[in-house]
Structures are given as C-alpha cells and as structure tokens.
Design a protein around this ligand. Structure first.
Ligand SMILES: [Zn+2]
Length: 94
C-alpha cells in the first residue's frame, strides 16, 4: 500500500488524524465550540514529504532535468496520465 500523501494535525491538542478519516475539526477539541468564540480544534494539513537522501535527490534532479529536455517526445493524453507517467519514471511515489 502506498504511503498517504498527507495527514491532519489539530492546532490545539496536536492529535494526528489520517488522510482517510476526513474531518474538518478535532472531535475532542471541537466539543466545547460555541458560535460566540473562535473555533477550537481546527485541523491543519501536514504533507508527508518524500524521504530522500542527498544522493537520491541528485539522481532524481538529473532525471527531472532529462524529462524537461525531452518533454516534447512524450505522448501525453491528459494531465492525470502525464502525472502518473512522470511519477513512475522519477520513482518518488511508490
Ligand atoms: Zn484537538
């Protein structure tokens, strides 16, 4: 299974919620919310950055530069297909 691309973090208590459990507020902190006070338990999105070493970064950067140079040689159908193709070539998302 692929690693989720992001998760949520409550700005008040710091509780983490997974991407698949989509929520707008922390269920614990939002219990005390009322309409005359600023909302508590707002969730912020934390992106899970790809864990690459410096050599990996250098290799991937060279790959990306090559892709840019040869961009016109790819037969691209739409943006989703293009994204999937380039992700596969670059190999960052497994
Ligand atoms: Zn919370």
């Amino acid at each position: 299974m692929s690693k989720p691309k992001f998760h949520y973090e409550c700005i008040d208590c710091g509780e983490l919620y997974e991407e698949s459990r989509i929520k707008y507020v922390c269920p614990v902190c939002s219990k005390s919310n009322s309409s005359d006070l600023p909302p508590k338990g707002v969730l912020k999105t934390i992106y899970n950055y790809v864990d690459l070493g410096s050599l990996d970064c250098e290799i991937k950067t060279k790959l990306v530069r090559k892709l840019i140079r040869n961009f016109d040689t790819f037969k691209l159908v739409d943006s989703v297909q293009a994204r999937d193709l380039f992700n596969k070539i670059i190999g960052i998302y497994k």
